[in-house]
Design a protein around this ligand. Structure first.
Ligand code: SF4
Length: 698
């Protein structure tokens, strides 16, 4: 490796693939394979490969913009920061601190997420902060805490997957969302293991499966209960494990026994023989895993749905044992770290609870403030967006584009427009930035250093490889500048390394303990798994190695036992009826990422995935009179969207699928239902009732 090669990680999804960057004469960087990172071993998807295109893109923002006479015009940094500080200060003076809100993103580094949470609570004194990671995997986080006492996406490294016996992949389309991870399941099969995929669509991932179960959207909770019923009925439970390592089995067992297989078949559309086959495969002697993604999580009963799959693991002794367990395939680049360090409405750094007096004391001491001045928990992401323009009057938003990515997006857009003041920091003029009073142009991944935490709980170091364009500043500089203008001169350093040192202290002793992790170690060791406490004896000696595998001796509950939670089937919040007879489910395509703010501006990705579509079964298309490519209007109780039909037998006839990456008339989230899970406050992106109204023949 030459001195000019910078090993770093992809800016996009939670796999955080390793890559090498080399400066290119004339500007920008080239991406090259980095085989030493075990998660992707050099492989990258198209998004990672083309990520440098946005560094020097002509649509890149390089000057702050301020709204003057109704339009956004270029301005200097001093003026832009002063306008934001003024807007926030005025709101705080007129309406109190909780009228100011902060909204973050799962793509922000740990340092930025930490600084943003601190800024909200210390500088603004507001409880009103949350982030778009709430839309990503919060149901799995809630279910993990409920069952295991701790949420870490995967409690084991991905390299364990090929060595287990059977994997049930629930609502995850790895082939499109994180293609380099597909090799873990193909290697599993090469090793003689089996793959079961649960998905209403026969995706490219489902095509790899030994068994594909295609339940109606929103019924996989019933599917898991039906499997547990059969496991009990067929005497396949691991009695010794249940007795020694769990609690609450009797209640969970009773709930499962109420879901007899024929009843489950009626709910899900999955036949009893297929259900039995899945149980046989999962209960083969040896190890097994269940991995969930957005399918079971983005539901108004997402926490219970994930809980049902966890119960399956516990009843069969497949959690907290080598090469067995439950894991969540987190989606966003730093969705995991983002929620660990204080962006989430109810949390303090180190995955501490904002309601825990000891946690408040610890973090307040690190921050040099009185714990009594720390606000309490605020609203969840959708509830926060829904309150814009009512009791929330001003918003500072970083690294998110809710105008495209939030459910009931037209309503969210209207709420954002009704704010007294909106400031957005982003790299491009996203659809949300277009609404702002002030837009700040900020640095991107290759232009700054910082840490992220991937879906395995592996903390990684991203390194700066190139200088940012003139006129652009880092998010930490923005928070430093705003804090100073709002009267807090200290505590917001611009150097990510300095922020990380403080984060280490703030996380020390918490569930997500990073205190034994340093930038030097991350550079040397290719990442360190949390928890990783610091050695506090001061003597030289071996450092804590980090914790690649959790729960092998005990779970993180008070008694060390995993908790069964009794759960029961309930329907989706909005069942199809005569007026809206079809279910819409939503998701992603391989060439676009989340709201598309970045990837829609990369030519190669746009060529591969230029716009939305409505995937439908030929029988449904025939009823509509639609041919492949015809424009179809999809109508829900919240609005309408238009996109071309894509006709395929890979989807159930009672369901349509739309990817959600685009704004405008094809904006899928105009249609989606913000019905919230009662525990995680996750909206139900995965199922809402729609009708297909008209086919334009032009
Ligand atoms: Fe980047 Fe995810 Fe693609 Fe890897 S799989 S290159 S992390 S977007």
């Amino acid at each position: 490796m030459t001195a000019s090669v910078t090993p770093t990680h992809c800016p996009y999804c939670a796999l955080q693939c390793g890559m090498n960057l080399t400066p290119v004469p004339g500007g920008g960087v080239a991406v090259a394979e980095r085989a030493d990172f075990p998660v992707n071993r050099g492989a990258l998807c198209g998004k990672g490969r083309t990520a440098p295109a946005l560094l020097s893109s002509r649509v890149r923002l390089t000057s702050p913009l301020v709204r003057t006479g109704g339009v956004l015009v270029p301005a200097g940094w001093d003026e832009a920061l002063a306008r934001i500080a003024e807007g926030l200060a005025r709101t705080r003076a007129d309406h109190g601190p909780d009228a100011c809100a902060v909204f973050g993103g799962g793509g922000l580094t740990n340092e930025k997420a930490y600084a943003l949470g601190k800024f909200a609570r210390v500088v603004l004194g507001t409880s009103q902060i949350d982030y778009n990671g709430r839309f990503c995997m919060s149901s799995a986080a809630a279910a993990g805490i409920r069952a295991f006492g701790l949420d870490r996406g995967l409690p084991f490294p991905l390299e364990d997957v090929p060595r287990t016996g059977c994997v049930i992949l629930v609502g995850s389309n790895l082939a499109e969302t994180m293609p380099p991870a597909l090799r873990f399941v193909t290697e599993l099969k090469e090793n003689g293991g089996t793959l079961i995929v649960v998905d209403p669509r026969r995706t490219r991932t489902a095509e790899q499966a030994d068994l594909h179960l295609a339940p109606r959207p929103g019924t996989d909770l019933a599917l898991a209960l039906g499997m547990l019923h059969l496991i009990v009925a067929e005497g396949r439970t691991d009695e010794e494990y249940v007795r020694d390592r769990t609690s609450g089995w009797e209640e969970a067992r009773a709930a499962a026994m109420a879901h007899w297989p024929e009843y489950v078949e009626r709910i899900t559309g999955v036949s009893v023989p297929l259900l039995r086959q899945a149980v046989r495969m999962f209960c083969e002697p040896g190890n097994a895993m269940v991995l969930t993604a957005r399918g079971p999580e983005q539901q108004s009963k997402g926490t219970d749905t994930v809980g049902a799959w966890i119960n399956l693991c516990l009843a069969t002794g497949r959690a907290g044992r080598p090469l067995s367990g439950y894991g969540c395939l987190t989606g966003q680049g730093n969705g995991q770290g983002g929620r660990e360090h204080g962006q989430k409405a109810d949390q303090l750094p180190g995955y501490r609870k904002l309601t825990d007096p000891a946690a408040r004391r610890h973090v307040a001491e690190v921050w040099g403030i009185d714990p009594d001045t720390l606000p309490g928990p605020g609203r969840s992401a959708y509830e926060l967006l829904d309150a814009m323009g009512t009791d929330i009057r001003s918003l500072l938003l970083m690294g998110s584009n809710p105008v495209v990515s939030a459910p009931r997006a037209a309503h969210v857009e209207e709420r954002l427009r009704s704010l007294d003041f909106l400031a957005v920091a982003d790299v491009v003029l996203s659809e949300t930035a277009e609404l702002a009073d002030v837009v700040l142009p900020v640095t991107q991944w290759a232009e700054e250093s910082g840490t992220t935490t991937n879906l395995e709980g592996r903390v990684l170091l991203r390194r700066r490889a190139v200088d940012p364009p003139e006129g652009v500043r880092g998010d930490l500089d923005v928070l430093h500048g705003l804090a100073a203008l709002l009267g807090v001169e200290k505590g917001f350093p611009t150097d990510p390394g300095e922020v990380f040192e403080e984060l280490r202290r703030a996380s020390a002793g918490g569930p997500a303990d990073y205190s034994g992790i340093t930038y030097d170690r991350l550079a040397r060791e290719n990442g360190v798994f949390w928890p990783c406490p610091a050695d506090d004896d001061g003597a030289d000696g071996p450092q804590h190695p980090g914790t690649p595998r959790l729960f092998l001796d005990r779970f993180a509950t008070e008694d060390g036992r995993a908790r069964f939670v009794p759960v029961s089937h309930r329907p989706v919040a909005e069942e199809p009826d005569d007026e809206y007879p079809v279910l819409l489910t939503t998701g992603r395509v391989v060439a676009q990422y989340q709201s598309g703010a970045q990837t829609r501006r990369v030519d190669e990705l746009n060529a591969a995935a230029p716009g939305p579509f409505v995937e439908m079964h030929p029988r449904l298309a025939e009823r509509l009179g639609a041919a492949d490519g015809d424009a179809v209007t999809v109508v829900s109780r919240r609005g309408r969207a238009v996109a071309p039909a894509r006709i395929t037998t890979a989807i159930r006839p009672d369901t349509v699928f739309m990817p959600f990456h685009w704004p405008g008339e094809g904006r899928t989230n105009t249609l989606t239902n913000p019905a919230l899970d009662p525990v995680s406050r996750m909206p139900e992106f995965k199922a809402c009732a729609v009708r297909l109204e008209a086919v334009r023949k032009d």
